[in-house]
Design a protein around this ligand. Sequence first.
Ligand SMILES: [Zn+2]
Length: 138
Amino acid sequence: MPELDRSRRYLLPTALDGAEAQTHLSVYGWEDRLSSWVAYSTSICGRSVHDAGLDLEDAVTCPRCEELRAGYEAVFTKEDRTPPVAERRAARKDPRYPAVLEEIRGFGWPAGNPMVPDGWADTLATHVMAAVRAAEEE
Ligand SMILES: [Zn+2]
């Protein structure tokens, strides 16, 4: 396994319970509470899986996991590029910020629960506003 960065998340091939030959992808990250790397027991395609001791580069046989891979990797790459504190502070002071935040808070899942839970709405609004401001400067 290559040297992994504990502040980042990865996709690890995992195996379907009772069917070792079927490999899926699970989100894999460092868990401070357990002082170890942990793979989610639900694959990104929604199956119940376990860490089969596979490597990050090992083959994945689930076509749905392969289909979803790029979207997850885009999120993980973006997580690694947090705007500097000064840019985030400026984004929250932008006069358009309250409207962005209100828009994000107003989105819900079909069941009615908010799509972006409370504290995360501020984080997402800040990142969206910082991205808009950066695009305007170009
Ligand atoms: Zn899968």
